[in-house]
Ligand binder design. Structure first.
Ligand SMILES: Nc1ncnc2c1ncn2[C@@H]1O[C@H](COP(=O)(O)OP(=O)(O)OP(=O)(O)O)[C@@H](O)[C@H]1O
Ligand SMILES: [Mg+2]
Length: 243
């Protein structure tokens, strides 16, 4: 599904690499958590996967295609299949829950159709389907700005699912939430993952969440991969190496 070969990223005017010689594969259906200290390169890595951050060396293949060699059109098409959830949710506060979820569909429409009311019946019922799945069907008509953080992230997840993604990425999606809400969000993510075999890659600071919910953990340190293993292999020694 994803093949990362000798990937390095150096930001303009920086001497140190933000990512250094990363090589590994991610298989269809894995639930990967990425751990690492602040500045380790977690966000940079996630951005390389959704094409927002070009790599300076190496290659990333997604479903067999080298992302560096795709045309603009092909890149756009690939991106519509990459769902993304964010620490600060990135919702449109004054729109309703349902409208926010529907915006997940924008990448798949020609620009002139990007107005509400132009969604098909199927899309409207798909939005309801995902709102039900994330437990927010009764909130469909509410403005997002009045929701709690956990509810906002559920909207973010439903919006990402509207893309019918082949991969779901998260850059610290629970960093602004309390421990119990964080756990519930991870439970929801594992449900989505298990029901569909959805490949999931999430940055997280909470080691316990990564150990409890992921199928594989990657540890980054100063841009290098220092751990790649199953949750039960993350011993105290490994923990100390990562942090
Ligand atoms: N736009 C940028 N320009 C220059 N340097 C950057 C940029 N973004 C990140 N960096 C640097 O790249 C390195 C990796 O940053 P990154 O944001 O990927 O880390 P992170 O693991 O996500 O950290 P955090 O846990 O704080 O979110 C850091 O040294 C950071 O200062
Ligand atoms: Mg980050």
């Amino acid at each position: 599904m994803l093949s990362i070969q000798n990937v390095s990223v150096t930001y303009p005017n920086e001497t140190e690499k933000a990512l250094s010689q990363l090589s590994f594969n991610i298989k269809q259906g894995e639930f990967v958590c990425i751990l690492g200290r602040s500045g380790a390169g977690k966000s940079t890595f996630i951005r390389t996967l959704n094409g927002l951050q070009p790599v300076t060396e190496g290659s990333i293949h997604v479903k067999g295609a080298n992302v560096r060699q795709l045309s603009e059109k092909e890149t756009r098409k690939l991106r519509t299949g990459v769902g993304m959830i964010f620490q600060h949710f990135n919702l449109i506060p004054r729109l309703s829950v349902k409208q926010n979820v529907l915006t997940g569909r924008f990448g798949q429409k020609p620009a002139y159709q990007n107005f509400f009311g132009l969604f098909s019946k199927q899309e409207l019922s798909l939005a309801e389907y995902y709102l039900k799945e994330v437990g927010l069907l009764n909130y469909a008509e509410r403005r997002v700005e009045h929701l709690s953080g956990g509810q906002k992230q559920r909207v973010g997840i439903a919006r990402a699912m509207m893309q019918e993604p082949f991969i779901l990425l998260g850059d610290e999606p629970v960093a602004s939430l309390d421990p119990n809400t964080s756990k519930n969000i991870f439970k929801l993510l594992t449900t989505l993952h298990e029901e569909r075999g959805l490949t999931t890659v999430i940055n997280v600071h909470d080691v316990d969440l990564a150990k409890k919910f992921s199928s594989r953990i990657l540890g980054l340190k100063k841009g290098e991969l220092v751990f790649d293993g199953q949750p039960n292999e993350l011993t105290d020694a490994v923990y100390n190496e990562i942090y």
